[in-house]
Design a protein around this ligand. Structure first.
Ligand code: ATP
Ligand code: MG
Length: 765
């Protein structure tokens, strides 16, 4: 057995897998087998050290990773993993809280719901309104961010200290928000963690129970834990002290959620006797990919340089591509995807397209749609955020927990049933005045013993109440007979005639169809989990919303190109990786320009992206991109310039198109509003970005000189029979012809790429 469990591992990995008890820290670069080690360790603990599966708790960051780890452990152990606890922080906490619901703060019950960010925003809006804060000045989202930050640091409303005007607002909103959540029997994501930690910390009985049970606690991606998460691990491992943490400081990319890679240092302080194991061989990528990735991360300060070598010497060069626009970028990606399949035998599922921000997924998606190349988007506007899904889930939530007023308000008049805002307010006031809760109120209204509102809307309200009460009877039959959730779902959609309502909320027949398909997908999900209790099902759904859509099945969908953000790509690997939108302002994000720490995090993000690739890396950027309505010239990412030229092919990485002087001239020529600037401010500042670093000296030094032997040179004035006069911005060889970029005086035509041979242009002397 042991030999099996240790086979396929190198000596350092074996060391880690078979380490004895106590704290172990595995620190190693991407692709060095950390996750593999962790999975084998789980199997080794059970199979070799005789630890019962239920004594093991393994935490990872995504549901997908958790599922994969479970199935690998299962196959290593021939299925003997009953009771093994593998999950994300949130799912593990949600479970503990449900089991220990009696120990929750008063007002909460086992049927609590989990509010996602939309629910949170809806709730915060009511808080903001009550506080008479101008939401334009302090948006609900911003206040929620402040509260989230506090929760990640385990700071309670009472402990929260304000330091300026904004935090003073957070300080006031925080307790009201918490009270509202409690009134709705709802927890937000951060509460799941914070409440579990508080419970384990303050409740001796609960703590002992979980501490004794958690003989071994394992955690992947340790570099991305925040204070609350780290505290949770310490608490769980507090009795046996068997903590096994694996991570890579260079891949810490969740600072915005309070992650602090300094927890790695903290771990060493907290467990001075911990064994530290380093892994140095990379099994994932080619040498070229590794070298390119290293050139990015090496620029970060205050890091421990790591040795990484691979047996996969050489490899193909990193392709860098400049597209004219975001649309062309999408087309190029799809075209490359098809070529890779045709010429190199890859399948769609071998390929991932990554981007820094979700907004970029749209144009990529368009390109995939246009050509029929199958794709799926991980994260983004996930399945669960779609209107029809939210509506139906809100119904299920109200059936489960009628005091969830955010969900109640969502559906009370959806589909339209003649219950207006005024009736809704009267209803809420009426329930509040009677002080007996929503369930009782709905029951009384349903059987006609109480009538809060008269007339037509009163009748509609009574019908709504009956609907919820009837559906509750299906969900909770009273005896211990388990309910088939599919029956509940079918009855729900039939009674509210939801399908007939779809045209009302859709603009095209295609959209109706799409929504219908989503509803069917939801039904599929319900039926795959039909034996769950309704509250467990809803917890499952809530925990999945943030990160991933339903894991689709089916041959066609399973074999598709994956589109995902760099953040979502953590821990994953693909033979072929595209990163789109490698531009200053996107990657690195413009937010990071003025902040060295954030810039370092952007580098780590780029590093994570590059190291997902096994064989091929494609990096693209657009010459112009319209992102928020306006098409503006973009600047290739400064990170591209850090990759040594001998590792790349395609677009030359000298900052392109214009020399500084040309760019300056060009920008001022057409834009009379542009105040004159000294020429040495560099190209970056001419455009929208505040890109101090981009204008740095070494960058300026890499600006191109025009290629000799070309007919057109930047700065030349030209005349085109159709587009009129313009100025050459760039020219380069393209096959046997010359590709010229011209900005035409007539703004309607703007910037154009033309082939010199066909363009029929005249140079104006
Ligand atoms: P990341 O930091 O990106 O999460 P990681 O360190 O967790 O990476 P893994 O995903 O565990 O790395 O491993 C990377 C790849 O290398 C996987 O395909 C894995 O199966 C393979 N691998 C790891 N160790 C070995 C080994 N000893 N022999 C063969 N393949 C290995
Ligand atoms: Mg990993």
């Amino acid at each position: 057995m042991a030999a099996d469990l240790l086979s396929g591992l190198n000596p350092a990995q074996r060391d880690a897998v078979s380490a004895g008890t106590g704290a172990v820290l595995v620190l190693a670069g991407p692709g060095s087998g950390k996750t593999r080690v962790l999975t084998h360790r789980i199997a080794y603990l059970i199979g070799e050290m005789g630890i019962p599966p239920r004594g093991i708790m393994a935490v990872t960051f995504t549901n997908k990773a958790a599922a994969e780890m479970r199935s690998r452990a299962e196959s290593l152990l021939d299925g003997h993993i009953d009771g093994l606890q593998i999950g994300t922080f949130h799912s593990i906490c949600a479970r503990i809280l449900r089991i220990e619901a009696d120990h929750l703060p008063s007002g909460y019950g086992r049927d609590y719901v989990i509010y996602d960010s939309d629910d949170q925003t809806a709730l915060m809006k009511t808080v903001v309104a009550e506080m008479r804060i101008d939401p334009k000045k302090f948006s609900p989202g911003r206040i929620l961010n402040g509260i989230s930050g506090a929760k990640n640091e385990l700071i309670t409303p009472a402990e929260y200290a304000s330091s300026d005007y904004f935090t003073e607002i957070v300080k006031r909103a925080y307790p009201i928000y918490q009270e509202r959540l409690r009134n709705n029997n709802a927890l937000d994501f951060d509460d799941l963690l914070m409440m579990t930690v508080t419970m384990l910390r303050d409740d001796e009985i609960v703590r002992q129970k979980y501490q004794r049970r958690s003989e071994h606690v394992l955690i992947d991606e340790f570099q991305d834990t925040n204070t609350a998460q780290y505290k949770l691990i310490r608490l769980l491992g507090g009795y046996h002290g068997n903590l096994f943490a694996v991570g890579d400081e260079d891949q810490s990319i969740y600072a915005f959620r309070g992650a602090d890679y300094r927890n790695v240092q903290q771990f060493r302080k907290d467990y001075p006797e911990a064994r530290v194991i380093l892994l140095e061989q990379n099994y994932r990528s080619t040498q070229i990919v590794l070298d390119a990735a290293r050139s990015i991360i090496d620029k970060n300060k205050n890091r421990t340089p790591k040795q990484l070598f691979t047996d996969k010497e050489g490899g193909s060069l990193v392709t860098v591509h400049e597209a004219y626009s975001e649309g062309e970028e999408g087309e190029w990606v799809v075209e490359r995807v098809r070529a890779l399949m045709r010429r190199q035998g890859y399948s769609y599922r071998d390929i991932a397209v990554m981007y820094r921000i979700n907004a970029l997924s749209r144009t990529l998606e368009d390109a995939f749609k246009a050509t029929g190349v199958p794709y799926r988007i991980v994260g983004g506007v996930s399945f669960y955020q779609r209107r029809e899904i939210r509506d139906l889930v809100a119904y299920l939530r109200v059936i489960n927990n009628p005091i969830d007023t955010i969900s109640l308000n969502r559906i009370i008049n959806t589909p339209t049933r003649g219950i207006g805002d005024k009736t809704v307010t009267t209803f809420h006031d009426w329930v509040a005045a009677r002080g007996r809760g929503y369930l009782e109120a709905l029951e009384a209204i349903a059987n006609g013993t109480l009538i809060p509102v008269t007339g037509r809307s009163g009748k509609a309200l009574a019908e709504f109440a009956s609907l919820i009460i009837d559906l509750r009877k299906i969900a909770f039959p009273g005896d211990d007979t388990p309910t088939d959730l599919t029956v509940l779902f079918d009855e729900l959609t039939a009674r509210i005639r939801y399908v007939a309502y779809l045209p009302e909320i859709s603009t095209t027949p295609e959209q109706v169809q799409e929504r219908l398909e989503n509803i069917q997908a939801l039904r599929g999900l319900v039926s795959s989990k039909k034996d769950l209790r309704l509250d467990d099902f809803l917890a499952d759904v809530s925990l999945n919303t943030e990160a991933e859509p339903v894991e689709e099945s089916g041959e066609q969908i399973a074999n598709s190109v994956t589109l995902l953000t760099l953040h979502a790509a953590k821990g994953l690997e693909y033979p072929v990786v595209f990163i789109a939108g490698v531009e200053d302002g996107l990657l690195p994000h413009s937010r990071s320009f003025a902040d060295a720490d954030e810039m370092a995090e952007e580098r780590r993000l780029m590093y994570v992206g590059l190291t997902r690739a096994r064989d091929h890396l494609f990096l693209s950027y657009a010459f112009r991109r319209s992102l928020y309505g306006e098409s503006i010239p973009s600047i290739p990412s400064r990170f591209l310039a850090d990759i040594p030229a001998h590792l790349t092919e395609g677009a030359s990485l000298k900052v392109r198109h214009m020399t500084e002087r040309e760019a300056y001239k060009e920008a001022t020529r057409w834009d009379s509003d542009t105040p004159s600037r000294p020429a040495q401010t560099g190209r970056a500042k001419i455009f929208e970005f505040d890109s101090r670093a981009a204008a740095s000296k070494d960058r300026a030094a890499s600006l191109p000189t025009p290629t000799p032997g070309l007919k057109y040179k930047p700065g030349m004035h030209v005349y085109h029979p159709k587009f009129g006069t313009g100025i050459v911005v760039d020219s380069r060889r393209s096959g046997s012809d010359e590709e010229v970029s011209v900005r035409f005086e007539d703004k309607q035509f703007g910037l154009k790429r033309l082939m010199a041979e066909f363009a029929n242009m005249r140079i104006i002397p």
